[in-house]
Every structure is written in C-alpha cells, then in structure tokens.
Design a protein around this ligand. Structure first.
Ligand SMILES: Cc1cc2nc3c(=O)[nH]c(=O)nc-3n(C[C@H](O)[C@H](O)[C@H](O)COP(=O)(O)O)c2cc1C
Length: 179
C-alpha cells in the first residue's frame, strides 16, 4: 500500500498540514509528501494506492493563476508579514489534477481556509473531492478543512487535528497497521 500526499501552499500553512498528515499516517506505512510543483508528484500519485490532495482555499475554491498572483501580492506587502513558499510559483492543485493520466482508487481531500463560517469561506477540499470523484476515485472519508487566523497563521490545535484526521483516513482505507 503506497500512500502519497500532494499539496499546494503559498505561505506554508498547507505544507505544514501535509507534514502533520504524513505523521498521522505513520502507523499505516510511510507516506510520500510532494508539492504540486515537484516533478515527482505526478508519477508518485498515479501509482499510489491512497492519494491525499490538499491546497489553500482561494476565492471559495481551488486556487487559480489570478489568485496565486494575488497571494504573491500579499507576500510583497510588508504589513502582512507573509513569505512566499519557494515552490509556490507555478501550478496549483486544480491544474495538477487536470494533468493526471490516472487517479488512484482511493483518495482523501483537505484544505486550509479562513477561520470563519464555512458558508462564507468556501473550501478548496470540496472542489478537490468533486474533481477526483468525477475521475472515478473514491473518498475514504469526507474532506477536511484546517483553519488559519486572519493573519494567515494556523490556529492552535490544527496540526493535532490534521494528525488525528490522517489516522482516521488510514483506518478508513483499511490499511493493515505496519508491525
Ligand atoms: C487570493 C486569496 C484568496 C483567498 N480566498 C479565500 C476564501 O475565499 N476563503 C477562505 O477561507 N480563505 C481564503 N483565502 C485565505 C487562504 O485560504 C489562506 O491564505 C490559506 O489557507 C493559507 O494557506 P497556505 O499558507 O498554504 O497558502 C484567500 C487567500 C488568498 C491569497
């Protein structure tokens, strides 16, 4: 059973969540973590048994080039005290999914989003889930959102919640616990 986690991140929050998810999956086997802009992400994902895909919520859904450009503007604004991830320039999870030749049988989607009511924030993970289901993959658990503050910092406890969610995903995928 090979587990692959692919994430997009402009400011590092979704990257941190992806790393916490890998930790939570440890009892179920080693997980490969790749950025959407890693050349290895596509091959790894296409041959995975279980694929976890996550990205930041932009304009209620998955990022687009225009929203990633806007994120870059945020990083250039000293008042925001944000820095752009080294791998941020490039593609997003929407384009990356479009470019897959095949999808694994099982997936789980996650995102980061603002800590406000879901009806106001939207959630990239809902769109990721929609796309992967449309490609014939099965969600092992409903998508999960992890919350950032108005200063774009992960709220307390969110990385623990990501570890716990990942453990539930591993269990739901019925992967024998590595001994
Ligand atoms: C252009 C732009 C649009 C955004 N739109 C939304 C939104 O509609 N809903 C929301 O909850 N958060 C929104 N956000 C906040 C992002 O979700 C937040 O920056 C992200 O979770 C941080 O993750 P990252 O550090 O991995 O990029 C937006 C951020 C940017 C830069």
């Amino acid at each position: 059973m090979s587990i692959v986690i692919v994430y997009e991140s402009m400011f590092g929050n979704t990257r941190q969540v992806a790393a916490a998810i890998a930790e939570g999956l440890t009892p179920y086997g080693p997980a490969t973590v790749a950025n959407v802009n890693d050349a290895s992400a596509k091959d790894a994902a296409e041959s995975a048994s279980l694929l976890l895909v996550g990205g930041p919520t932009h304009v209620h859904g998955m990022s687009r080039q225009a929203s990633r450009d806007e994120a870059r503007n945020w990083a250039n604004d000293p008042a925001r005290r944000l820095s752009l991830e080294p791998l941020a320039p490039g593609t997003g999870v929407r384009e990356w999914i479009d470019g897959l030749d095949r999808v694994p049988a099982l997936f789980a989607a996650f995102d980061t989003r603002a800590d406000i009511a879901r009806i106001l924030s939207g959630a990239a993970s809902g769109r990721i889930e929609h796309e992967l289901k449309a490609r014939g993959s099965h969600a092992v658990l409903p998508a999960a959102s992890f919350l950032v503050s108005k200063d774009t910092v992960l709220e307390d406890g969110e990385l623990d919640r990501a570890r716990d969610w990942a453990a539930s995903v591993g269990k739901a995928a019925a992967i024998p616990i590595a001994t």
